[in-house]
Write a protein that binds this ligand. Structure first.
Ligand SMILES: [Zn+2]
Length: 147
């Protein structure tokens, strides 16, 4: 069925373009809501402009796909754009989370270094105390020996 075979009447044309009773879903239609296949055809009213239309005869009532190809493509592109924006937000959130994890890793490393320094300081103080004790004992022995 094409626009030139007389199956379309003036009531199917509004605002200078053909319209079906209803397009059900946004984007490029895969099948009509009635279950019939959808074809891509070229308009004779707007030469060169393509449109999707249900292969079921228009005389059968009910909503059928009848939408411009460029509008269907735009709807798909807008949906893809929306999904990409959502993914951008998710990626941004993941990047923020990674930044937080990096900060936590840095803090853990700083605490670890601080703990090691504290342990080293305590070990050095213990060594100094032992050496001092040994020196005092030796001096005490020397003094006792000299008496
Ligand atoms: Zn249909």
């Amino acid at each position: 069925m094409s626009l030139s075979n007389g199956s379309w009447t003036s009531t199917t044309m509004r605002n200078g373009r053909y319209r079906g009773l209803s397009d059900t879903k946004p984007g490029i239609p895969k099948k009509c809501c009635c279950g019939c296949e959808v074809e891509l055809r070229t308009s004779l009213i707007e030469p060169g402009r393509k449109f999707y239309i249900c292969t079921r005869p228009v005389s059968i009532p009910g909503p059928h796909v009848n939408k411009w190809w460029d509008e269907a493509v735009m709807e798909d592109l807008l949906e893809i754009k929306g999904k990409m924006e959502d993914q951008d937000k998710q990626l941004f959130q993941i990047a923020m989370d990674c930044g937080r994890v990096d900060k936590l890793v840095d803090e853990v490393e700083m605490l670890k270094d601080s703990g090691e320094k504290h342990e080293n300081k305590a070990a050095n103080e213990f060594k100094i105390a032992v050496v001092f004790g040994v020196v005092v004992m030796i001096m005490a022995m020397i003094i006792a020996f000299l008496k």
